[in-house]
Design a protein around this ligand. Structure first.
Ligand code: ADP
Ligand code: MG
Length: 728
């Protein structure tokens, strides 16, 4: 049996010499950002004018004119060549959760055999990739395949693998966004505008508000040979079958344990590359599940943070094979143990250095903080289901609602300090503020401790938790582009901030003092957003029924959740803030449904193939061995058959039953799949895949997993969980 793929893979893993990596001797600060065309590099390579113009584009979103673009391109080219670049590419994020790049050489041959390196402002600013095969959800017909990528100066260019990468947006020739970055930039601009106007109620010096994002990336590592021994991992990123190992995460001995040497080498290598690219990685540790790990950066402006996240994921994918490892970003590669998320820590900050989600130093600062705090609650209350829909996917669906990741209903955890504060505000004078109640609130507000980081209880069951100086959105899946939830949060926040300001202005126009008007509006928002606040256990049954009573939606059904995009309230929000227009939203909805459908279709095909080609033949082999043995017993001990072979006959009959069930269920999957494939409407087809195929796949799996427990281990063709998850 030792020649089966499984045993060959195990042998390969055990006998292969481990890959070594010698980290750079220098301090990280000496080479941090060395491959990035950052501020320092720009100052060195650009003229004063060009530098100023790029800075204005970064900070004020101003367009760079063509002449200056030529100068920037010339400086950028010189720098890139000094870093070894031979090619350049517009690097963008199409709607398929990866990045796209098409490399062009700087080389420009001249007649007569000579050549030179060329790179113009035009080429830097805009390209027209023949990119007809990216998902476009009907925004762009293939016959008019024109999509444009355009340079986003707010995210710095960088050199990787001898290629100058220019972070870009990707739009159809009609200007409609075909990517994540364009709407993210628009959402950040919308919240900037709305937030600045609110800030001006407090402080006239504030004229810019940025969105900050700090992500935490979870992932699994599996030995490459073992990974390749499983068709399901290779083709779908997760195991479609496999009985849980007797010991997995029960003892919680993996969490924050010592990082295995081989993994540490891998981490050091990708970290070194990340540091050179200016990705501010800060933490690394073991996660709860066996072979699950996490890394996190220091927060940055959301647009740059999102680029850095996706860049790091691709670096990790490239570095892992050098260590004979495979990185798994799938949200739920293994049934029965924790899945992986990508926590998105979000906050807003001003150009004057104030974190608007952090309590201030004095009552005035705290009023500003409270304003942003209650607007966030309102945004979550009003657009909670849209936020959950923004992270719904075939892969994340296994994680959400399970007993480990956030539940599938959105609620906000505020912590005891803020809850007490909200309650006090709510209870204060019902209609108008008496001078006494005003002072009381002001005093209370003054009492919010400046740093609550240490006393916000860490509630891990809440999908959206206030953690002292930021909100942490935990429902994002590990494989997702983190732009999507930030687009929703920022846009929803922009609207609430506008409503807040209008309300205050109305009261002031009626003659109310500004402070009082602000307090009154805060109170109004506190009361209106109350249903979204929940500090208890988000996994409990009671909470779910309570949530339904509060009218909060459950996004358990993925293909239904996507329909949130088309909800008129949500379309109106995106259109009002010019983040996405109706056809851009519809395109995203269609792409989501289609991607879901395709993923489940692939999974069901792989599962049926494995059941028929690997599992059934194995069952038959083992059945024959048992039959031979039973026959032998009957021959030698005709009177003792029941006594000596009774158990074996039971096993034999259970295997026969299971084989039958597996055969039959696999057949049903195929028949139903064919039936569903005839449905012309894609969302409906996707819905049928979810409602009918997903449950039978689970049934099929259960029978296979039971069979795994009773078939001779040496015959079992698939690498088992205990092997895949054995310490690296
Ligand atoms: P934990 O596991 O306790 O949530 P981590 O240290 O792993 O904490 O991650 C915290 C993340 O939150 C980091 O990316 C950090 O930079 C980020 N963060 C901290 N403060 C802010 C803030 N004000 N805005 C956005 N992100 C923040
Ligand atoms: Mg966290």
């Amino acid at each position: 049996m030792a020649d089966s793929t499984r045993f060959k893979a195990l042998e390969q893993m055990q006998t292969r010499p481990s890959a070594e990596f010698t980290p750079c001797e220098r301090q990280i600060s000496e080479y941090f950002g060395i491959d990035v065309f950052g501020k320092e590099q720009m100052r060195e390579y650009l003229s004063k004018d060009a530098f100023a113009s790029v800075m204005e584009a970064i900070e004020g979103g101003k367009r760079i004119d063509r002449k200056i673009a030529d100068q920037v391109a010339a400086g950028m080219k010189m720098w890139a060549i000094s870093r070894g670049a031979t090619h350049y590419t517009h690097w963008f994020q199409p709607l398929n959760e990866s990045t796209a790049e098409k490399h062009d050489a700087f080389l420009e041959p001249l007649p007569g055999g000579k050549s030179f390196e060329s790179f113009s402002g035009n080429v830097l600013s805009q390209q027209e990739p023949d990119a007809s095969s990216f998902p476009s959800g009907g925004l762009r017909n293939t016959f008019e395949a024109r999509g444009y990528s355009a340079w986003d100066p707010s995210s710095p260019t960088f050199v990787i693998d001898k290629t100058l990468c220019i972070p870009s947006i990707f739009v159809a020739y009609t200007g409609e966004a075909l990517d994540f970055k364009a709407p993210l930039l628009r959402a950040m601009a919308a919240v900037d505008k709305a937030a600045v106007e609110v800030c001006k109620l407090f402080d006239k010096d504030i004229d810019r508000v940025v969105t900050n994002l700090g992500w935490e990336q979870e992932y699994f590592l599996v030995d490459e040979a073992l990974f390749n021994s499983r068709a399901d991992l290779q083709q779908t990123g997760r195991t479609l079958m496999g009985h849980p190992a007797a010991k997995d995460q029960q003892l919680e001995d993996h969490y924050w344990g010592a990082i295995p040497g081989r993994v540490e080498n891998f981490m050091k290598e990708f970290e070194e590359q990340a540091y050179k690219l200016g990705i501010p990685l800060k933490t690394r540790h073991n996660e709860v599940a066996p072979n699950q790990f996490e890394c996190a950066t220091v927060y940055e402006e959301a647009n740059v943070a999102a680029d850095h996240n996706i860049l790091l994921m691709s670096i990790m994918n490239k570095v892992a094979p050098k260590h004979h490892l495979k990185v798994i970003f799938h949200e739920k590669p293994f049934q029965g143990i924790n899945g992986s998320g990508k926590h998105c820590n979000w906050s807003l900050a001003t150009n004057t250095g104030i974190n608007l989600h952090s309590p201030g130093r004095n009552p005035k600062g705290n009023m500003l903080f409270l304003t942003f705090f209650v607007c966030t609650l309102m945004a979550a209350e009003k657009y909670g289901s849209l936020l959950m829909a923004s992270i719904a996917s075939a892969t994340n669906s296994h994680r959400l609602g399970g007993n480990e990741a956030p539940p599938s209903v959105l609620s906000v955890f505020c912590g005891s300090t803020m809850t007490a504060m909200m309650d006090a505000i709510e209870k204060s004078a019902a209609r108008t503020f008496t001078p006494d109640s005003k002072t009381a609130i002001k005093l209370d507000i003054g009492k919010i401790p400046e740093i609550m980081l240490d006393n916000t209880d860490r509630n891990r069951t809440s999908p959206f938790a206030f953690t002292g100086n930021r909100f942490e959105f935990r429902a994002t899946g590990s494989s997702a582009n983190c732009s999507m939830p930030i687009i929703v949060i920022d846009t929803a926040m922009a609207e609430q901030l506008d409503l807040f300001r209008t309300e205050v202005e109305k009261l002031v126009a009626k003659g109310m003092k500004k402070d009082e008007a602000i307090l009154k509006t805060i109170r109004k928002f506190v009361i209106a957003s109350k249903p979204i606040r929940f500090d208890g256990n988000g996994y409990s049954e009671q909470w779910l029924s309570e949530a339904y009573k509060r009218g909060l939606k459950d996004i358990n059904c993925v293909t239904e959740a996507f329909k949130e995009y088309l909800d008129e309230k949500n379309v109106a929000l995106f259109e009002k803030y010019k983040v996405m227009n109706r056809s851009e939203i519809t395109a995203r909805f269609e792409i989501k449904e289609e991607t879901y459908l395709k993923k489940i279709q692939i999974e069901s095909k792989v599962l049926v193939d494995m059941a028929m080609n690997h599992i059934i033949p194995t069952a038959i082999k083992y059945q024959n061995i048992l039959i031979e043995n039973i026959r032998g017993i009957k021959e030698f001990f005709p009177d003792k058959l029941q006594e000596y072979a009774g158990k074996e006959m039971e096993t034999l009959s259970r295997i026969a039953e299971l084989s039958n069930i597996i055969n039959d269920t696999a057949g049903r999957v195929t028949v139903i799949r064919h039936e569903i494939n005839r449905i012309p409407d894609i969302p409906e087809r996707a819905g049928q895949y979810e409602a009918r195929i997903v449950p039978i796949m689970a049934e099929l799996r259960a029978s296979i997993d039971e069979l795994e427990l009773i078939v001779d281990d040496s015959l079992w063709p698939l690498t088992k969980y205990r092997e895949l998850l054995a310490s690296l």
